[in-house]
Write a protein that binds this ligand. Sequence first.
Ligand SMILES: CC(C)(COP(=O)(O)OP(=O)(O)OC[C@H]1O[C@@H](n2cnc3c(N)ncnc32)[C@H](O)[C@@H]1OP(=O)(O)O)[C@@H](O)C(=O)NCCC(=O)NCCS
Length: 328
Amino acid sequence: MDIRRFDPDDGDAVRGWAAVRTASSAHDAPWEHEPTEHFTLGQLRHGWDGEPQVPFLGTVGGVPVAAGAISTSERDNLHVAWVSVDVLPDRRRQGLGTTMLRHLEAEAARMGRTSVGISCWDVDGLEAFGLAHGYERRAVGVNRRQYIAEIDARALDVLHDEAAAAAADYELVRRRDRTPDDELEALAVMASAINDAPKEGLDIEDEVFDAARIRAYDDAQVSRGFALHRLVARHRRTGELAGQTVVVVDLERPHLADQHDTSVVAAHRGHRLGALLKTGMLQWLREDQPQVAEIDTWNAESNGFMIGVNEALGYRVMGREFDLQRSL
Ligand SMILES: CC(C)(COP(=O)(O)OP(=O)(O)OC[C@H]1O[C@@H](n2cnc3c(N)ncnc32)[C@H](O)[C@@H]1OP(=O)(O)O)[C@@H](O)C(=O)NCCC(=O)NCCS
C-alpha cells in the first residue's frame, strides 16, 4: 500500500479519503450521518478550533483503501497524538490497518509525541485491532441522539421553569456565532470548567483555554458553515459567567445539530444550571432553528451528572466508543 499525506486542496485525495471513511462508518456505525464533501473539507481546513488533523491516504494500485489521520495540539497535551485508521470493509484483515497505524505512529514519534490515542466503536473486532498493537482501553464514551419531534414541548417548559426557580440568581445570555471581543477573556476562564469532565484512565492533561482559543473555535465552526448557538448562564449580582452550553447547526443540512461543550463552573454548581442551560437551549432552537430534527451528543460513560440531564431530555444511546492509548 502506498501512503501519502495530502492537502485539503487535493480534491481527488479528499474524495478518496472521505469515501473510505464513509464506507467504514456505514459498516460499523450505520446511524452516523454520511460526511459530505463540504463537511470533510471543513474538517480538514479548520478542525474543531483551528488545529485540523493531518490526513493520509492509503492506495493500492491507485485505488483508495485506507484513510488515516493524526491530530495534535500545540496548546496543551504536547506529549499526545490522536490517530484514526479506517480500512474499506472488504479490504480488512490483510494487514492494511497495521501498515497505516505504523505509519502514523512513526509520524507521531517524529513530531516528538510520546503517547498515541485511537478511538473505535464498541463493535466486534475493532478494539481487538488496537489491543493487538499494544493499546489499552482507557475511557468509554457514549454517543446519544435526541429526536426533537419526541420532545413534549410543555414538559420541556416545565423542566425549564423548575430549573429557573432553583437558579433565580442567574440569567441566560444568548450568543450567536462569534463571541464579542470584550467577552472572550471571561468566556475562556469559564470554558475551562470542561476540564472537570471525567478523563477516566486517559494519560491527558487539562486543556488550556485563552481568548485566542475561543476566537479560533468560533472562527472554525462558523467557517465550516455551522450556526453556533452559545447559551451562557451569568450570575446576576457579580456578572460572573457560571456556565455554558453550545450547539451547532449544520447549515448544509439544517435538520442536523451537534451538542458541543456544556459546563458549569465548580463554584456555581448545585443550582440546576445544567438543566437550565440544556432546556434553555432547546427553547432557543425551537424559536431560531425550528427545522432541527436531531441533536447528537457525546459524553464519557462515567459522566453521571451530564447523562442524567440528557436522559431527562429523552436522548437515546446510539453507540459506545472506546478510547485506547499506548505510550510509544
Ligand atoms: C480496525 C481496522 C482499522 C483494522 O484494519 P485491518 O486492515 O483489518 O487490520 P489488520 O489486517 O492490519 O489487522 C491486524 C490485527 O488486528 C486484529 N484484528 C483486526 N480486525 C480484527 C477483528 N475483526 N477481529 C479480531 N481481531 C482483529 C488481529 O489481531 C489482526 O491480525 P490477524 O489478521 O493476523 O489476526 C478496520 O477494522 C477498520 O477500519 N475499522 C473501523 C475504524 C476503527 O475502528 N479504527 C480504529 C480501531 S482501534
